[in-house]
Design a protein around this ligand. Structure first.
Ligand code: ZN
Ligand code: ZN
Length: 330
């Protein structure tokens, strides 16, 4: 059974309550993005990398214990990669003769820093729906990476300061890796991104970068340079401030799935590179899981559930705008 209140969802399995990406006595944290991290729990279910990332990002959770699997009587809860960011996990629960999977944020394709998720066979599925509209079918990732690298090399050889924006956890690290591998560049990054890059490196994903606060970083910024900055800081105002500060032409780009809506211009570009499944992957997961019941959550949950129903899958959106406590039998 799923117990749902607003955006808080709890799995009731074999007499045990597990909060899914929200506060609770037993809380599962799928990954260390702010909207999923939990600051307080009795016991925490998450990967070691997620725990390290939560600590590095200042969400240090207060909890009595943390583990990456749970077994009690008939109930067995395990995690597997969700392919979203370092440490991101899907939750799989099995008890009696039923099985449940919560994908949380996921993608099936590999990125440069994270291998894709595997589809889990299950009776009941709770799947994210961030890009749950048919218009969100992303181009092949390698094609986008090449376009980004070509653009960055072009702007670098014009002598520009090149700024690339991505979320501080996940996208920023993939952009750093792309610049390392495709452009032979170790970009400058601010402290919050550097801290996360160090955790990636500690978990086996080697990244070359210069901390903007280091002597090397400060020296590098005296010439034309390439930097990776948090997505939300990438604004036309920042570009003009940077141009005035460094007396150089500045070219900017962001990497996001929402680039499907606008590609921008040569000097302020958007590349379609997402850490989420696109519409095709969402449908593929729901179909290949063989789930008899599918719940959709986040983003276009209503639209995705309607499309899945048209394909003969028993799907409903979960918790969208519902203030009252609802109980949905799984
Ligand atoms: Zn996320
Ligand atoms: Zn999310």
């Amino acid at each position: 059974m799923l117990n749902c209140k607003g955006h808080s969802v709890e799995l009731l399995a074999d007499g045990k309550r597990i909060s899914l990406d929200c506060r609770g006595e037993n809380a599962f944290v799928s990954h260390a993005h702010a909207d999923h991290a939990v600051r307080k729990a009795g016991s925490l279910l998450c990967s070691k990398a997620t725990l390290d990332l939560m600590q590095a990002r200042g969400y240090s959770p207060q909890c009595a214990n943390a583990a990456s699997e749970f077994k009690q009587d008939d109930l067995c809860v395990t995690l597997s990669s969700s392919g979203h960011v370092l440490g991101s996990a899907q939750l799989h629960a099995k008890w009696d003769s039923t099985s449940f999977t919560y994908t949380s944020d996921f993608k099936l394709g590999d990125s440069l820093t994270c291998s894709g998720a595997k589809v889990a066979k299950c009776e009941e599925l709770l799947i994210e729906a961030t890009y749950g509209l048919p218009r969100y079918r992303f181009p092949p990732r390698e094609q986008t990476r090449k376009e980004m690298a070509d653009w960055a090399k072009r702007r670098q050889s014009s002598g520009d300061v090149v700024l690339l924006g991505g979320y501080s956890l996940g996208k920023a690290q993939e952009i750093v890796k792309l610049l390392n591998d495709y452009c032979d560049t170790a970009p400058i990054v601010p402290k919050d991104i550097a801290d996360v890059c160090r955790i990636y490196t500690a978990h086996g994903v080697k990244l070359d970068f210069l901390d903007a606060e280091s002597n090397e970083g400060i020296k590098a910024m005296k010439h034309s340079f390439t930097a990776v900055i948090p997505h939300h800081k990438m604004t036309p105002q920042l570009a003009s401030d940077a141009a005035a500060l460094y007396c150089k032409r500045v070219s900017c780009a962001v990497a996001t799935g929402w680039a499907m809506n606008s590609v921008g211009s040569e000097r302020f570009k958007s590349f379609c590179l997402s850490d989420h499944a696109d519409y095709s992957e969402l449908v593929r997961y729901a179909e290949e899981s063989g789930a008899k019941k599918v719940f959709t959550t986040h983003g276009y949950a209503t639209e995705l559930a309607a499309d899945l129903r048209k394909k003969g899958i028993n799907a409903i959106p979960l918790g969208q705008g519902r203030k009252q406590k609802t109980r949905i039998g799984l």
